[in-house]
Design a protein around this ligand. Structure first.
Ligand SMILES: *Cc1c(COP(=O)(O)O)cnc(C)c1O
Length: 401
C-alpha cells in the first residue's frame, strides 16, 4: 500500500525510510567519475562525467528500488514477491533485497537470457531466490504461449504476465516491477540527487545529461532532479534518452494507452509504445528489450522537455569497448548505448570547439554480459533494422480507447 501511495503521490519529495538508507550504505553514495582518459583519447575539450551504478551488489542501479520495494512489502506482512527479469539485473537486485529483508523471491526469467546467462541465474539462487524460465509451464499464460510456440525465446512482456498471474493467484505474494512505474522512478531519483551534489563539488553543471532507456528508470533517476531544475529554476540542461534501434519506443512508437505486458493483464498506462504484442529481436542489451516506456518519461518527451535518439548495438558496443580501454570499467550492454551518445556529444563539442560538460549514467557493469563482447570481438554481432512491419502489426492491436 505504501508503494501504491507513492505511485499516485503528487508530493515533490518523499522521505527515504531509515532502514532503506541503512541498506543503501552498502553501496551508496555511488561514485561520480570524470572520464579524463576517455576525453584524452577523443581529443575533445568536453568534460565527460559519469555516475557509476555498477558498484552495487547486483551490478546495476536496480537495487535502488529493489531495497525500498522489499522493505515496504516486509513492513506490511508480505512474505513472498514475484517478478520477471530480462537480462537478469532486476531479478538479481530483488533477490538481493529479498535476502536483506527476509522475503521469498520468485523470478520468471526470459527464456533467452535463462539459456544465455547461467551465471545471472546462479547469482539469484545464491541470494536465495527461485528461478524459472519464461514462458514456463507453471502459469496459465505460460502454458498458453508454450502450446502455441513451444520454442518461444520469451520476452519481458511475457515474463511480466507470468509474474502478475503468480501474484494474483496467491495470498502471500505481491508483484514487484523493476522499472516503468512512478514509484520506481521516484526511488531511482537518488542517482540524480547525488549527482547534483557531486557535480557541485567538482564545480561544474552539466550542459547535457544522457542515459539509456529501456523502461526509463535509470534515465529518470539521473535526469528528473535536473529536469526539476529546468522547470523550476530556469536551468537549461539538455536531457537525452538513448534507445536501441531494435526497440525504439520513444523515437518511433506512438503515445497511447497500452498494456505493460504481452498477456494484457496489467492496467493500461499512457506511454510511448511499439504495441504490447511486439517482441523485440534478441539484442544483447536485454534490459532495453521492452515495447513501452515509463509514462512520466513519455509525457516529458511528448511535451518537448527531453530528447531521444536510438543507436544500433554494434555502434553501442564499439563505444563500450573504447570506454573499457580508457576508463577500465566494462559497461553493461544497456549502458553502452549511453556511452555511444556521450562520445558523439564529445566529438560534436570537439568539432564546435566547445568545452561542453557531459554527464551520463553508467547504469551497470557488464561482467555477466561477456557473451555480448565476445560476439562483437569475433565480428559476429549483427544489427537489427527498425522492424517497421512488426511494429505496425502490434500497433494495429492497441486497445481502442
Ligand atoms: C535494467 C537495466 C537498464 C534498463 O532499465 P531502465 O529502467 O530503462 O533503466 C539499463 N541498464 C542496466 C544496467 C540495467 O540493468
Amino acid at each position: 500500500m505504501a508503494l501504491i501511495m507513492q505511485e499516485l503521490s503528487a508530493e515533490r519529495n518523499i522521505e527515504i525510510p531509515e532502514r532503506v538508507r541503512d541498506a543503501y550504505t552498502l553501496f551508496r553514495p555511488s561514485p561520480l567519475y570524470r572520464a579524463h582518459r576517455l576525453e584524452q583519447a577523443l581529443g575533445t575539450p568536453a568534460h565527460i562525467y559519469y555516475k557509476y551504478e555498477g558498484g552495487s551488489p547486483a551490478g546495476s542501479h536496480k537495487p535502488n528500488t529493489a531495497i525500498p520495494q522489499a522493505y515496504y512489502n516486509q513492513q506490511e506482512g508480505v512474505t513472498r514477491l514475484a517478478t520477471e527479469t530480462g537480462a537478469g539485473q532486476w531479478g538479481s537486485s530483488l533477490a538481493f533485497a529479498g535476502a536483506l529483508f527476509g522475503l521469498e523471491v520468485k523470478v520468471y526469467m526470459v527464456r533467452a537470457s535463462y539459456d544465455q546467462k547461467p551465471y545471472r541465474r546462479l547469482l539469484m539462487e545464491t541470494y536465495g531466490a527461485s528461478i524459472v524460465a519464461s514462458p514456463s509451464p507453471t502459469t496459465n499464460y505460460g502454458r498458453k504461449v508454450l502450446s502455441e510456440t513451444p520454442d518461444s525465446p520469451g520476452s519481458l512482456g511475457m515474463a511480466i504476465s507470468e509474474a502478475v498471474e503468480d501474484a494474483a493467484t496467491r495470498d502471500d505474494t505481491k508483484y514487484a516491477l523493476g522499472s516503468v512505474l512512478n514509484h520506481v522512478l521516484l526511488h531511482q531519483a537518488i542517482i540524480g540527487q547525488e549527482a547534483i551534489e557531486q557535480m557541485g563539488m567538482a564545480g561544474e553543471s552539466p550542459d547535457v545529461v544522457i542515459a539509456c532507456a529501456g523502461g526509463g528508470s535509470n534515465f529518470a533517476g539521473i535526469a528528473f532532479p535536473l529536469v526539476g531544475r529546468n522547470l523550476t529554476q530556469g536551468a537549461k540542461h539538455r536531457i537525452v534518452a538513448v534507445e536501441p534501434e531494435a526497440a525504439p519506443s520513444l523515437t518511433r512508437g506512438v503515445y497511447a494507452y497500452d498494456f505493460g505486458d504481452t498477456g494484457m493483464m496489467t492496467p493500461l498506462v499512457k506511454m510511448h509504445t511499439l504495441g504490447s504484442g511486439f517482441i523485440p529481436e534478441p539484442i544483447h542489451a536485454g534490459g532495453l528489450r521492452y515495447h513501452g516506456m515509463a509514462p512520466q518519461v513519455s509525457l516529458l518527451k511528448e511535451n518537448g522537455y527531453i530528447e531521444a535518439r536510438s543507436v544500433h548495438q554494434t555502434a553501442a558496443l564499439e563505444a563500450g569497448i573504447q570506454f573499457a580501454r580508457t576508463e577500465g570499467i566494462l559497461p553493461a550492454p544497456e549502458s553502452t548505448h549511453a556511452i555511444r551518445a556521450a562520445i558523439d556529444e564529445a566529438l560534436e563539442a570537439k568539432e564546435a570547439g566547445e568545452a561542453r560538460v557531459i554527464l551520463f549514467s553508467l547504469s551497470g557493469h557488464g561482467h555477466f554480459d561477456l557473451a555480448a563482447y565476445g560476439s562483437y570481438l569475433e565480428g559476429k554481432m549483427q544489427d537489427f533494422a527498425f522492424p517497421a512491419e512488426k511494429v505496425k502489426e502490434a500497433l494495429a492491436a492497441l486497445p481502442k480507447i
